[in-house]
Design a protein around this ligand. Structure first.
Ligand SMILES: Nc1ncnc2c1ncn2[C@@H]1O[C@H](COP(=O)(O)OP(=O)(O)OP(=O)(O)O)[C@@H](O)[C@H]1O
Ligand SMILES: [Mg+2]
Length: 498
């Protein structure tokens, strides 16, 4: 019956080399209920969920389903117990097709065990049609947008009729429209009695969808109660263990010369006639709904995609950006929205991930000055509050949000003149967001030009000097700081294009 406890974990402990990730966790999820888990980056949320999904084994403690102790050795066993999980990191194989990815690990088979491809095709087409996804089942994942891949993951996880569904930041890469689809589905799942465990850093989302909220800090549960007994400030205070002033550390900085100018840029099918500029010391925002073409423009300027028409000027000089190297040579860098695909070098350490793009900095007389390298990177890690046992730790063992801080540090260290930040605070906890804003302010004081693409209007309004608003591949308007309002921006973002 709804309201009964479906899943309970008791006294769960888990250590990794150098960190105690979970320290005696007690937590339970009810039937027909959405339980939100919040906490700072590195608090232990994903680790706890991975234990429930059989990816990690707890060092101590028990998991109970319907009151009975269960041993969960691997994800396949978890699935047979009715548990499915949507992962925070999009881990997909680019060459896989949609139909393969939907059924991997649970292939429908013929009587004698060989894979029933006809059935897979049929079910894939049904699902794509039902969800209005306009793709062929044979499309490769590498040809899909990040948001479509994420949406497929979500659909896959809820198509098993699982009773316990874990969603680890499911909305970090989907469009607002897809968020609505997801929330509708969550409500249906809740009504049919499923237990949903939902992890998110987005407060508005949390308060919309939660029935219960549990806050983790440093591997412990700090508080757990029904949503109605909480408000946003209280959740934040529990998360970070102190009160935060919610203000943006925006400073009044003298705006300098034009540092980047883009004229009549067009990339067929993505954006058209784009004109904008960024001055020294300026933070320029790009607002718009997901799919408006903001990321596409940035990718073109940065040399990932290129453009058919138009011109780019850096410090007044016309530049031809053929690839990423040429834009880095021009001291322009980009923090990309899909960090998995373009951000990290997986097996390497935190230190290597930061320093590889700027090794030149540490070479004197042909030799690498290792101490200087270590000290500089340690300094950045401390400043940005990267939670890691040491900078020698492999980047993959960091929590999602902390990996992101490392990538940001990497670009900062290359000492760029122009920084393009595509969703720089996505997946980052409230405390660390503030640190990133502070860094942005500091960089603009050093006369850097910063572009911030963001889906979160409050941070655009809080941090930018000017905002360009895009819709359907075009710039619909430009607002100055004293003209910013949420309504004003939304109006332009949803304005019909001619
Ligand atoms: N495979 C691993 N090896 C070593 N350490 C790990 C591993 N996975 C997680 N950790 C560490 O355990 C701690 C908890 O990480 P976890 O990923 O659970 O955090 P999180 O709450 O999900 O954070 P985020 O909001 O950034 O996703 C972190 O200090 C992290 O570095
Ligand atoms: Mg996580």
């Amino acid at each position: 019956m709804n309201g009964e406890i479906k899943l309970r974990v008791s006294n769960i402990e888990k250590s990794f080399p150098g960190v105690k990730a979970l320290d005696g966790i007690n937590f339970s999820a009810k039937k027909g209920s959405v339980h939100v888990l919040c906490g700072e980056n590195g608090a232990g949320k994903s680790t706890l969920m991975k234990i429930i999904n059989g990816i990690y084994k707890a060092d101590a403690g028990e998991i109970l389903i319907d009151g009975k102790v269960v041993e969960i050795q691997n994800p396949i066993q978890a699935r047979s117990l009715g548990i499915s999980m949507i992962f925070q990191e999009l881990n997909y194989m680019p060459e896989m097709t949609i139909e393969e990815s939907l059924f991997v690990g649970s292939w429908p088979t013929h009587k004698y065990g060989n894979v029933n491809w006809a059935e897979i095709r049929k079910r894939t087409i049904e699902l794509l049609e039902k969800e209005n996804l306009d793709y062929s089942p044979e499309t490769k994942l590498k040809d899909l947008s990040v948001s479509d891949i994420q949406m497929l993951e979500i659909l896959k996880a809820i198509s098993y009729n699982a009773e316990i569904i874990i969603m680890d930041e499911p909305t970090s890469a989907i469009t607002q429209k897809e968020v609505e689809v997801l929330f509708k589905k969550i409500n249906q799942l809740r009504d049919r009695g499923s237990s949903i465990i939902y992890i998110s850093h987005k407060m508005d989302e949390i308060f919309r969808i939660a029935d219960e909220i549990t806050v983790l800090r440093d591997g412990c549960v700090v508080d757990s109660r029904p949503k109605d007994e909480y408000d946003i400030d209280m959740v934040i205070a529990h998360m970070v263990g102190r009160k935060l002033d919610g203000n943006f550390p925006k400073e009044d900085i003298k705006i300098g010369e034009k540092i980047l100018e883009v004229k009549d840029l067009t990339n067929q099918g993505n954006f058209k006639d784009i004109n904008f500029h960024v001055n020294e010391g300026e933070i320029v925002g790009f607002a718009g709904l997901m799919g408006a073409g903001r990321t596409e423009i940035m990718r073109s300027i940065f040399g990932l995609d290129g453009y058919q028409e138009g011109e780019v000027f850096i410090k007044g000089e016309k530049v031809v950006i053929k690839n990423v190297k040429s834009s880095i040579d021009k001291k322009m860098v980009m923090l990309s929205e899909d960090r998995r695909r373009y951000g990290i070098i997986p097996v390497r350490s935190v230190k290597e991930n930061v320093s590889l793009s700027s090794l030149k900095k540490f070479i004197y007389g042909g030799k690498l000055h290792a101490k200087k390298e270590t000290d500089t990177i340690q300094d950045y890690a401390t400043k940005m509050r990267v939670k890691t046992p040491s900078i020698e730790t492999s980047i993959e063992s960091l929590s999602g949000g902390n990996q992101q801080k490392v990538i940001l540090a990497k670009w900062m260290l290359t000492d760029p003149d122009i920084l393009i930040l595509d969703e720089p605070t996505r997946g980052i906890d409230v405390g660390a967001k503030y640190e990133i804003y502070k860094l942005m302010s500091e960089l603009s004081k050093q006369k850097k030009g910063i572009i911030m693409v963001s889906s979160e209007l409050p941070e655009l309004i809080g941090m930018c000097d000017r905002i360009y608003v895009m819709a359907k591949g075009r710039i619909m308007g430009e607002l100055k700081r004293d003209e910013f309002t949420q309504e004003g921006i939304m109006k332009l973002a949803t304005k019909k294009t001619s």
